[in-house]
Structures are given as C-alpha cells and as structure tokens.
Write a protein that binds this ligand. Structure first.
Ligand code: ZN
Length: 324
C-alpha cells in the first residue's frame, strides 16, 4: 500500500497564485501532486505558512525562487501545527538560513526544539515507512522560536496582518491564520483535507491527540468569520469556503457516529477501520468510471482509514470522548 502512495507521478505546475500576494506551493510530497501545499504570503515582509518535510524543502525553495524571492527574503516560517508533514523541514531550513524566525502555537513550540518524541510517535504509526515518508527531522534552535497564543497578530507590514486562531482538534497545538483585511483564512488542517482533483473533503483525525469535540468547536469559531477564500494545507484553495466549512464539520460528526457504533459492535481494530473505509469510499463514488484516478484515491483513503483517521477516533473514544 505504501509503495502505491509513494509512486512518482508526472510533475505538474507547482505554483499557483491563489490571491493577491498569496501563492500556494505544491510540495509534491511522496511524489503526489496536489496533496500537500505551503503558502508564500507577501507583505513588506515575506512569510511561509507551513514548509513541509526536510525531503521537500529544496523543492519548496525552488518554487520560492520561481515566484521571485530568494530564501534570504523570507522572514518568518509560521506553522499551522508541528506534525512532520507541516514542520518537519523547519530545523534544516533554520540550519541553512540563520535569519529565519519560526512561529508556532505555544503548545507546539517545545516539540520543534525537541522533535524526538514526535518522531517516535510517528514511527509508532508508520513503522519502518516513517523514514521513507517523512525523512529526517532536526531540532530548531530555541532562540529562533516564537510561541503564539490565540488572538495574537503577526504583522507582515501595513497591508498584511495575520490573526492567530488557536484551532485544536486535529492536534492540541493547531492554529489557523485569518487575514481580516483581505478576508482569507489559512486553515492548515483544521477543516481536514481537500482533494481538489476530485472535489472531495475528508476529515483528518490522527492519533494520539485528535479530539472530535475540540475539532468541531474550532470549526464553529472559524465559520463565524467573513471569508472570501479558504486555503487548505492539504491542498490548496477550496472552491466555496462556506460549503467547505459545513461539509468538514458534518463529516467529522458523521464519522464519529460510525466509529462509535463500530466500537460497540466489536473490539477488532481492522473491523472498526474497515467500517470507516467503507463509508469513506463513498466520497469517491463519482469517479468510479475513471479506474486510474479511483484506485489512486482508494489507496489514499484505505491508508488514512487504517493508519490515521480510524485509530484517531478510537483513541478519542477510549479516552472518554463523546459522540456529537
Ligand atoms: Zn498534515
């Protein structure tokens, strides 16, 4: 299954201008286009929101140069959360570019300074495939780290202010950024995942920290914001922000019901993940007549049901979490 995911595919255009002064950069993680992005945000200062793993940062910096900046022009790295697919490359970027300042939620900052625990928990989930999927992760020197709190503003100059929304759920230290003037939201993974190629939304609920109640509460805060555009880290801008938010919330709640029911029926992990896989597969019914595309997304959905989404819900309920 891992090999199907890692297969190198034809390289597509890696840069998309998604709004005035905002570029989505495709990380081409695991060789798959349109799965993981980061954002270059222009102001008087330049920021990158999420960077991806050590194994993709060179590719990301190539795109930064194609947009017209050198790595030295970037002032800030801001992370939606510190999972390795978002912040794994932070340490190596800091090593090569000593001027960079690194921002993350205050609960995530200690893990950037000491990534060992994070890497261990990833090894637990992905086993020997962790290295292949995630590469190496090195610490960010503490003096480069800037902890963020809910409500703080990161100023990139007079025309660009990014307000921090602490959006726990996917992880306790997750944050989203809201540009109030331009009415755009950088959601990170707070709304889950969006596959633009097939127009599918998909919850992202990994162990050990996923918390359904917090995830839904976070979305309820975000849905109150006036929004022209919403940007997912996985992947890119969604077509309709209001629809994206409602759909993400509904699916999170529905899947909770399915897993909870499956846990009442059986203790068998593969049965429980299998029930989720069966339900999640319905998301791609509309591409059944395109076997290549269907099989690609089926593999992704199977992977996520077994390794991240299923186990994340199970752990939440075992810790006493409630259905909603
Ligand atoms: Zn992620």
């Amino acid at each position: 299954m891992f090999d199907a995911l890692i297969k190198r595919r034809k390289q597509t255009n890696l840069i998309e201008k998604v709004d005035r002064g905002i570029y989505a950069i495709d990380q081409m993680w695991t060789g798959n286009p349109k799965f993981s992005s980061c954002y270059l945000i222009e102001g008087d200062k330049i920021a990158l929101f999420d960077t991806g793993l050590t194994i993709v940062v060179d590719r990301v910096l190539d795109s930064v140069e194609k947009i017209g900046y050198s790595p030295e022009d970037i002032s800030y790295l801001i992370f939606s959360h510190i999972h390795c697919d978002h912040a794994g490359g932070a340490g190596s970027l800091c090593k090569n570019y000593p001027h960079l300042k690194v921002f993350a939620h205050e609960k995530g900052v200690p893990h950037l300074a000491n990534p060992e625990r994070l890497y261990k928990s990833m090894k637990k989930v992905f086993g020997d495939n962790a290295e292949k999927l995630y590469g190496n992760v090195i610490p960010v020197p503490e003096h480069r780290l800037h902890p963020l709190k809910d409500g703080e503003i990161i100023g990139l100059g007079k025309d660009r202010k990014l307000k921090v929304f602490h959006t726990p759920g996917h992880a306790s230290h997750h944050l989203s950024l809201y540009d109030e003037k331009n009415k755009v939201l950088f959601a990170g993974e707070a709304l889950g995942i969006y596959f633009p190629e097939v127009n599918v939304y998909f919850p992202s609920t990994p162990p050990p920290e996923f918390n359904l109640k917090e995830a839904v509460d976070s979305i309820r805060r975000l849905e109150k914001l006036e929004m022209r555009k919403v940007f997912f880290t996985h992947f890119g801008p969604a077509k309709n922000p209001q629809f994206a938010i409602q759909r993400s919330k509904e699916m999170l709640i529905d899947w909770g019901g399915i897993i909870n029911e499956a846990m009442n029926e059986s203790n068998d992990k593969s049965y429980i993940s299998g029930r989720l896989f069966e339900e999640a597969l319905k998301c791609i019914d509309h591409i059944k007549n395109d076997p290549e595309k269907y099989n690609k997304y089926k593999a992704l959905i199977e992977f996520r049901s077994n390794f991240t989404c299923g186990p994340g819900y199970v752990r939440y309920f075992k810790k006493g979490g409630q259905v909603l």
